[in-house]
Ligand binder design. Structure first.
Ligand code: SAM
Length: 369
């Protein structure tokens, strides 16, 4: 025991020494100048420089995007290409401001210039075409307000705006005004489009399935499921007021998984973008309730953005983890962390599907026996 501890100390000392040497080499200006003379090393150095610049200035990019969306410039350019001057008049910007905005938008791939006119570039067209994208961009001003003092955010001291925007996660659904409910349902249902496509696209769906979408909100996922598989019978279980469909293709069962049992009579239960809104205790209790609601052989589908499994990634570990942290009740988890919760709640045969677009969602399926 003592021997292995001392070997560990030697290894640690060596690795600390090597770590210091390596950092000294990277910092050394003469070595940097020398390496800049060779094609491969100069390319690596330039890429690192660009990445640092990007890290430092990324907020400017998002604000340029925000201005294009908020001012209506993207939408106007979708209808007609126009000169910068005409655009500046239509969106009420100073001409110089509009010139800077358009050149910045061009550098970011949102617009392009041709014959003195501004056109939408492919990225701009895609942003307009993706349902919910403009609303998502717009609602980020709330997250950025919380991030304006990131140190106190990460100290956990700050009362955040996001935790007020998503108050339903505290289980206080009864205290929500109808305008709050419609604000979050609208954003959620519009941004559901890509999640639903990726989720439905990777799992096998039994045409006679009786499906319960827990936390299914306004039913965007349920409707897409029925559209693709018209014989599947889908119900939604969500807090009162989350769903207004009366004669839609799905049935709505109102209740709360904090206080009520999960309705029975279903062979498939899905939780789409639900678990990451909640702390570990709530997730354990919800999964245990779902497990007992299912018949033998029933299955659960979890679909939401997750952390990088083998190494941290930009969308899960940077964006979604910070977002759910700022919500105060949420936690973004890795596929294996979600799988552990499923196993501990009694589920078996857990399968993590390779994600087509991990920044949209990752899908996990598990069975009750
Ligand atoms: C992030 S939204 C996801 C909505 C939808 N599944 C989607 O992906 O668009 C989380 C959903 O969980 C629902 N929810 C939150 N707390 C709940 C509770 N205690 N019982 C039932 N549903 C709840 C919310 O009302 C909301 O519709």
């Amino acid at each position: 025991m003592a021997q292995s501890a001392s070997r560990f100390n030697v290894n640690t000392r060596f690795s600390n020494w090597w770590y210091n040497q390596k950092n000294k080499i990277i910092k050394n200006i003469r070595i940097q100048d020398f390496l800049a003379k060779f094609p491969i090393t100069s390319r690596i150095a330039r890429k690192e420089g660009e990445a640092i610049f990007q890290l430092m200035t990324g907020f400017v990019d998002t604000q340029i995007l925000f201005t294009f969306v908020q001012s209506g410039a993207l939408k106007l350019l979708e209808d007609n290409p126009m000169s910068v001057e005409e655009l500046s008049r239509k969106i009420g910007l100073d001409l110089k401001g509009a010139e800077i905005l358009c050149r910045a938008g061009c550098a970011l791939g949102l617009v392009r210039f041709k014959s003195q006119r501004v056109f939408l570039a492919r990225r701009g067209v895609l942003i307009l075409s993706l349902p919910g994208m403009a609303e998502l961009i717009d609602h980020h001003s709330i997250l950025y307000e919380d991030l304006s003092d990131p140190i106190s955010l990460f100290r956990g001291e700050k009362e955040t705006q996001l935790s007020k925007f998503w108050p339903y996660v505290f289980g206080q659904a009864d205290s929500l005004s109808s305008s709050d409910v419609s604000k979050y349902s609208d954003l959620m249902s519009k941004s559901q489009f890509m999640v639903a496509r990726d989720t439905i696209g990777c799992i096998k769906i039994n045409k006679n399935a009786k499906w319960l979408d827990v936390g299914g909100g306004s039913g965007a996922f349920a409707n897409e499921l029925v559209r693709k598989h018209p014989t599947v019978k889908v119900s939604i279980f969500d807090v009162p007021g989350a769903n207004e469909a009366e004669n839609g293709p799905h049935k709505f069962i109102s209740g709360s998984f904090f206080t009520d049992k999960i309705p029975t009579g279903f062979d498939t239960v899905s939780c789409i973008r639900v678990l990451y809104d909640h702390d570990d205790q709530t997730v354990s209790s919800l999964l245990a309730k779902i497990h007992s609601s299912l018949p033998e052989g029933g299955r659960i589908i979890v679909s939401e953005p997750m952390l990088g499994e083998f190494s941290p990634n930009k969308w899960g570990d940077t964006y979604f983890a910070t977002y759910t942290y700022a919500m105060k009740t949420g936690t973004t988890r890795s596929p294996s962390q979600v799988s552990d919760f499923l196993y501990k709640s009694g589920f078996k045969k857990v399968k993590i599907f390779p994600s087509r677009r991990p920044f949209v969602t990752t899908v996990i399926e598990a069975h009750k026996n």
